[in-house]
Design a protein around this ligand. Structure first.
Ligand code: ADP
Ligand code: ADP
Length: 235
């Protein structure tokens, strides 16, 4: 059964229609790819799911309950996590510190207890390993990781903190072929762990291998939502 369902979802800015008539669902263990060119409405769509924008038309339900998010906090509380392309990381801080950023047992930037530090370092290492990333050193500054590795850390972080839906905003857009492959495998792992994934991309070659369903947006309109069996990469 679906976690998120949208029914004729839309967003207008004055008389500009940024998004119209999107009917789709996000199910556990499924990757929904959202495809479209620049300006098609992809970010508008995910920002509505993520609680960063309010929708102006249609309905959004989570676990069968109608929702109208007014902040990302509300979406996150329901297990809807978003990894944006420009990750909010602190480049000079260790990987483990970034993994736990904002969730410290001791609040804020004060000194951490030795015990907490050991726990965070160990947990970061084992969570990344469980998702198939073997970092030699979780003490290295996260800024020394490749863009692909940073995306993977952000995904692992969302999984660890209990996300049920993972929204990925162009996670492979800035990456080369090899790094993209790493991130795509990672997305498949999150799916295999039962998360519902919404994967925004403008590259059909990235979407096709991991996607279960495909939603095409064009100039703010949904062109439909198709299962893999109806999609072909050869036009
Ligand atoms: P994409 O992510 O696919 O590139 P967007 O969702 O960013 O597309 O944008 C969809 C359309 O909505 C674009 O035409 C964009 O200019 C318009 N748009 C987005 N945000 C606003 C806004 N705050 N005010 C007016 N128009 C907007
Ligand atoms: P993103 O690509 O992450 O959606 P943008 O850079 O498109 O972010 O948008 C930054 C801000 O500008 C957002 O508040 C967005 O809604 C707004 N915006 C985007 N496109 C337009 C537009 N055509 N007219 C007015 N505001 C816009």
């Amino acid at each position: 059964t679906a976690i998120i369902e949208t029914d004729a979802l839309g967003k207008r800015y004055g008389n500009i229609i940024a998004l119209a008539d999107v009917t789709t669902s996000v199910r556990p263990g499924q990757v929904t790819c959202v495809l479209g060119d620049n300006g098609a409405g992809k970010s508008t769509f995910i920002k509505i799911l993520a609680g960063a924008h309010e929708h102006s038309d249609g309905r959004l339900t989570v676990d069968g309950v109608e929702r109208h998010f007014a902040s990302p906090r509300e979406a996150l509380a329901l297990g809807i996590a978003t990894v944006y392309q420009d990750l909010a990381v602190v480049p000079l801080m260790p990987v483990w510190r970034n993994f736990f950023l904002g969730s410290e047992p001791t609040k804020g930037w004060g000194p951490l207890r030795r015990m907490d530090v050991d726990f965070m370092r160990r947990t970061t290492k084992s969570e990344l390993a469980a998702m198939g990333i073997d970092l030699r050193d979780v003490d290295q500054p996260i800024g020394t990781l490749s863009g692909g590795e940073r995306q993977c850390v952000a995904i692992a972080r969302a999984v660890y903190f209990g996300a049920r839906v993972l929204i990925l905003d162009e996670p492979t857009a800035a990456l080369g072929v090899k790094q993209s492959g790493v991130v795509l495998r990672y997305i498949a792992r999150a799916r295999d762990r039962g998360l519902g994934v919404v994967f925004i991309t403008h590259n059909p070659h990235h979407a096709y291998p991991v996607g279960d369903r495909f939603m095409l947006l064009r100039r703010g309109r949904s062109m439909g939502d198709f299962p893999k069996s109806e999609i072909s990469l050869h036009e």
